[in-house]
Write a protein that binds this ligand. Structure first.
Ligand code: C2E
Ligand code: CA
Ligand code: CA
Ligand code: CA
Length: 279
């Protein structure tokens, strides 16, 4: 493509090249963001469908970019995964959120330790020392392993079967719980549910949406029944309407998450929400 520069000359700037430059700049910015402490963690409440109490939070990373403001994860996680930066970033998120979660255990005594869920990418599960790193962070922060859940997508479970199985088993032996994120969006074969040590099914938002928009809801009923049969906890994400909550509760979904309860918020706001709940 030809573009006119300031002097009026046509300069050849292929789109490919522009894309590459933008990507390289973003990558350099990401590296700098790690050393400059530009990431922050927001937390979204996870609520018991039975009691309405906040029983846990999901840690969701954001980038406080000096010029662009608060950048959502969808705009930098894919590149962090492609470059391998997700490993140091993922460990940072884990350490930061564990440190935070420990203080919430002490906050409200009715809450015998708020649970913490942290997202883990495929690339991190292939990290040789992941289990030691996670164990080290639990030791260092003092968060009991029983309060930590690691969320991963189905695709993770289908790569490199043996090695993944060994890693997941070792994580679970520490006492950590494992959740399948975006459940139902990935693969048609569910056989991996029998071979991997899974504790929680996290139902993708796209299925929850259909409960209030008149779409097909057979799949969500099936997932909830599957969860009950396999004695797994079921978490519905993206609950926005009371009607969705009602239907999910009626069908035995154990935990809910979504804007209906609260969007992801800074740590200080979680403290306020916990205080409001236990006066
Ligand atoms: P996810 O793990 O599926 O997280 C749920 C996303 O849905 C979050 O977006 C959350 O803000 C959004 N959400 C929650 N409730 C509602 C709702 O009621 N309505 C709607 N429309 N959206 C809702 P967010 O924070 O932008 O994160 C996007 C994705 O980025 C996450 O999807 C996760 O895959 C990834 N991500 C975020 N933090 C991390 C991290 O620390 N590590 C890794 N590996 N991935 C992360
Ligand atoms: Ca998640
Ligand atoms: Ca999702
Ligand atoms: Ca996701």
């Amino acid at each position: 493509q030809a573009k006119a520069d300031a002097g009026g000359f046509a300069v050849f700037v292929p789109e490919m090249h522009e894309g590459l430059v933008a990507r390289m700049r973003l990558e350099a910015d990401l590296r700098k963001a790690l050393t400059d402490d530009q990431f922050i963690v927001h937390y979204q409440p996870m609520v018991s469908m039975r009691t309405g109490e906040i029983t846990g939070v999901e840690a969701l990373v954001r980038w406080q970019h000096p010029e662009r403001g608060l950048v959502p994860p969808n705009e930098f996680i894919p590149l962090a995964e492609a470059t391998g930066l997700i490993r140091p970033l993922g460990l940072w998120v884990l350490r930061e959120s564990c440190r935070q979660a420990v203080t919430w255990a002490a906050a409200g005594d009715s809450r015998r330790g708020l649970k913490l869920s942290v997202n883990v990418s495929a690339r991190q599960l292939q990290q040789d020392d992941l289990v030691e790193q996670v164990a080290g962070i639990l030791r260092e922060t003092g968060l009991p392993a029983q309060r930590l859940t690691l969320e991963m997508t189905e695709s993770v479970l289908l790569e490199k079967g043996e090695e993944t199985l060994a890693t997941l088993t070792a994580l679970r032996d520490l006492g950590i719980r494992l959740a399948i994120d975006d459940f139902g969006t990935g693969y048609s074969s569910l056989s991996y549910l029998h071979s991997f040590p899974v504790d929680i099914l996290k139902i993708d938002r796209s299925f929850v949406e259909r409960l209030s928009t008149g779409g097909d809801t057979a799949l969500i009923s099936t997932i909830l029944r599957l969860g009950q049969t396999m004695k797994l906890e079921t978490v519905a994400e993206g609950i926005e309407h009371p009607q969705e909550l009602l239907l999910l509760r009626r069908q035995g979904c154990t935990t809910g998450q979504g804007y209906h309860f609260s969007p992801p918020v800074p740590a200080a706001r979680i403290e306020e929400l916990l205080a409001e709940a236990s006066p």
